[in-house]
Design a protein around this ligand. Structure first.
Ligand code: IVH
Length: 684
């Protein structure tokens, strides 16, 4: 260090220039979302500044961009009294409640016309107050109880998108308020790393953000992907504030503070509701979690007139999405028997309203999952239902476990047919060994056989299958084709017209494809893709039925386990009989080997379709792609060749973008199907 020396005027100038430049590029990157230079160049500037500051320590200042992590760990946070209390918001949980809010606003203001509101996402993070004096960040504090919060300045300084200096002509004092949050991708990365190291994971991004902000060691906070959006101004000195909320947000942006790009001006209750619906639709594709939207009367004069009640303003309201998590009690656990005998533990719950519906059952997936979550009968659990996801037990509230809670045990005998239950050595799954003897398996197999992606027999769904099996009319899929008008019409709630429709649908289903037929048989682990591969490899069913494990393994993507399942299935006499009877009943498919798969135009390509298509059903499109030799998969991975995104595409589209998988729209898809050619390299 010895040669520290006194920096020349030139060096001083260079340091000042570097700081200004770095801050300018931060602004381009975080606020305008329009970076001017590559990341590597930004790194180089910071590196140069760091070097100079190391050589001339006298030049280091607390507000230098190199000093985000400046402070040493502390024992506790100091208290901060908010000059202006940090309030909370009233909630509306329904359209009615929102309309009521709007009506009261208009009554109090004495206006008939539509009120102008600022509509904003309600970020699910923590409220933060950040104070700048003469443009320099001096303090950041949590909301606390609204009057007194905690001083988290050293941690907040590590948030990359937060400027340490305001841009432009800064006022003497500016206290900006906003929400700190952790983007979902960052949260998932953080949890993945934690669980790899055997450390505790965070329950959700909000907890992760809170935990990160309240770290006593800012070096840890610095590694957490926190971000912030500002939504209001608290204390201020030395400037006049604008006359509308919208203009206030614009001012914050001009100072270089991040403001949500989703904020819109809307008119009246109907404008609010349109905004709500729009955000709700796009919710899954936002990079962060939100728990509703906030509407604020835009005119500051009107806000003043409306004033406050207790701790919340009369001029704003949070319109919340239905809660996605709720607490309830596990009354019992029953075991559901699936198509292949797999026994799934299902929690019977005290009914609870969550995610907009009443939930009284939640899957526990399998016994490993039960053990991992540590659920017992009698436990109070958190039930989660996100979007259209099946309700699941997220976690147990151990502190509420009753004395008489009971262990969940896999039964030794099937609760439906009393056959022995066996547990797969390799998988976590326990199975009923009853096969067709088990009425639960029979029903599930029939339902699967008739389902849309299998033989597509319209009208033969869960209810009818239940009736047919209970009445002893049908045991195997082959029995379906022996049904008569009389037998069907005799069933409850089945008129002659519906009975005839079912018979017609059965007739139509007889002409199918070998791939669909194989899928319909419900062979263990043979999904649509494997069924298609088997069909195109063997060309006809007799060749497949004659295959041994080695021959079956020649099929693309068929390994020893699936090959064994296939061979076992066809070795079973009962299954051969069913197949024979189905063929005798007239179930048939175009014979002969299709094109060698390598000769098909889309062979080797894997597509994932997501969102809804305008001109066709997703399944139709997938069938059409398969017919050209492509694979249609359900989830996006590095192996995916293309993702086709329809309307309201959500997480799969996001995943594709993350992995850099090319994304096609519906027009491009139609183009592929009509030209029977893969997309050209520019994705068109
Ligand atoms: S305005 C007086 N706007 O929600 C108005 N709050 O329930 C105070 N929040 O403590 C808040 N997004 O943590 C406002 N766009 C937004 C918001 C928002 C999230 C949080 C904030 C506040 C809580 C109130």
């Amino acid at each position: 260090m010895g040669k520290a020396g006194i920096p020349s005027a030139e060096i001083r100038q260079r340091v000042a220039d570097l700081r200004r430049e770095i801050e300018y590029h931060n602004y381009r990157y975080y606020i305008l979302d329009d970076p001017e230079i590559p990341d590597a160049e930004w790194d180089r500037l910071l590196q140069e500044l760091r070097k100079l500051e190391e050589t001339y320590p006298s030049l280091v200042s607390a507000d230098s961009p190199t000093q985000r992590v400046g402070a040493a760990p502390t024992d506790e946070f100091a208290e901060v009294r908010h000059r202006i209390p940090m309030l909370s918001l009233d909630n509306a949980f329904s359209e009615d409640e929102l309309r009521h809010f709007d009506r009261r606003v208009r009554e109090r203001l004495g206006v008939d016309s539509d009120v102008e509101y600022s509509a904003e996402p309600k970020l699910d993070g923590l409220a933060l107050s950040v104070t700048y004096e003469r443009g320099v960040l001096v303090q950041a504090a949590t909301r606390g109880d609204g009057t007194t919060g905690e001083d988290v300045t050293v941690n907040v300084r590590t948030i990359r998108s937060l400027p340490l200096h305001l841009r432009g002509q800064a006022p003497a004092v500016l206290e900006a308020r906003g929400e700190v949050f952790m983007p979902i991708a960052g949260f998932e990365r953080l949890n993945a790393e934690a669980s790899k190291k055997g450390e505790k994971v965070f329950a959700n991004p909000r907890n992760a953000a809170a935990g990160s902000l309240r770290q006593l060691d800012p070096r840890i906070t610095a590694q957490r992907p926190l971000d912030i959006f500002f939504y209001s101004i608290g204390a201020v000195e030395g400037i006049e504030l604008p006359s509308s909320h919208g203009a206030t947000l614009e001012l914050l942006r001009q100072f270089g503070l991040r403001v949500s790009p989703e904020i819109r001006k809307v008119r009246g209750a109907s404008g609010c509701l349109d905004y709500y619906a729009d955000i709700d639709r796009r919710r899954a594709s936002l990079a962060y979690q939100i728990d509703g939207v906030v509407y604020k009367v835009d005119s500051i004069a009107a806000q003043r007139e409306l004033g406050f009640v207790s701790r919340a303003p009369r001029w704003a309201i949070a319109h919340k999405f239905p809660a996605e998590e709720a607490l309830t009690v596990v009354r019992d656990v029953e075991f559901q028997v699936g198509r292949t005998g797999a026994m799934t533990p299902v929690a019977r719950l005290e009914p609870v309203f969550v995610g907009g519906v009443t939930v009284s059952n939640a899957t526990l997936h399998n016994m490993d999952e039960v053990a991992r979550k540590g659920v017992r009968i009698g436990d109070t659990v958190v039930v989660r239902r996100a979007g259209d996801v099946i309700p699941e037990v997220a976690r147990v509230m151990l502190e509420r476990r009753p004395q008489d809670s009971q262990d969940i045990v896999m039964p030794l005998w099937c609760p439906v047919c009393a056959s022995p239950v066996e547990r797969d050595a390799e998988a976590a799954v326990a199975r009923c060994t009853g096969g067709y003897r088990c009425s639960a398996q029979r029903k599930e197999r029939l339902r699967h056989f008739a389902s849309r992606r299998a033989l597509d027999i319209e009208g033969v769904g869960e209810k009818l299958v239940e009736q047919l099996v209970e009445a002893g009319l049908v045991e195997s899929p082959a029995d379906l084709y022996g049904l008569t008008l009389e037998a069907l019409s005799a069933l409850e709630r089945m008129g002659p017209k519906s009975a005839e429709n079912v018979l017609n649908a059965l007739e139509r289903s007889k002409s199918t494809t070998l791939a669909r037929f194989l899928f319909a048989l419900g062979i263990r682990d043979v999904g649509e893709a494997t069924a298609t591969a088997l069909a195109s490899h063997f060309g006809d069913i007799d060749a497949l039925m004659a295959a041994d494990i080695e021959a079956a393994q020649q099929v693309q993507d068929v390994g020893p386990v699936i090959a064994a399942h296939v061979v076992e299935f066809f070795a079973e006499e009962a299954n051969r009989r069913v197949i024979e009877r189905l063929r005798q009943a007239g179930v048939s498919w175009p014979s002969g080997k299709p094109l060698e798969s390598a000769a098909q135009p889309l062979s080797g390509l894997t597509f994932v379709l997501t969102g809804s298509l305008e001109s066709m059903q997703r399944e139709e499109a997938e069938d059409a792609l398969r017919a050209l030799g492509a694979k249609a998969a359900g989830s996006v991975s590095k192996k995916t060749s293309y993702v086709v995104a329809g309307r309201d595409a959500g997480s799969k589209l996001k995943k594709a973008e993350e992995l850099g998988v090319p994304v096609l729209d519906e027009t491009a898809l139609k183009n592929i199907l009509s030209t029977q050619r893969p997309p050209s390299s520019d994705g068109r």
